[in-house]
Design a protein. Structure first.
Length: 94
């Protein structure tokens, strides 16, 4: 049950356990990759609460995930605060 950073998104891996599917599915932006057989969530302003939720449910979160989440949160909050969210480029983790 691991949470890692992969490119510009967060990768969630775990062995199939029915109790964990609702935990991961409930995360904003969660998507399952059939190719990689893992879940992904976007690295955005909502990632901090998602990562905390995963940790509270027994997932091991790698240190670089916490650092990347903090940077993404600061970036997104700065965009929102500046009022330029309407003109900001759309960055997708897909």
């Amino acid at each position: 049950m691991n949470v890692k950073l992969e490119k510009n998104r967060i990768k969630i891996t775990f062995k199939s356990q029915p109790r964990l599917f609702p935990v991961v599915r409930s995360l904003p932006g969660s998507m399952f990759s059939r190719e990689s057989m893992c879940w992904y969530i976007p690295l955005d302003v909502l990632a901090a609460s998602s990562v905390a939720h995963l940790a509270a449910n027994g997932f091991t979160v790698e240190p670089e995930v916490h650092a990347a989440v903090e940077v993404a949160e600061q970036r997104d909050m700065a965009i929102i605060a500046s009022g330029e969210a309407q003109n900001a480029p759309f960055l997708s983790s897909l």
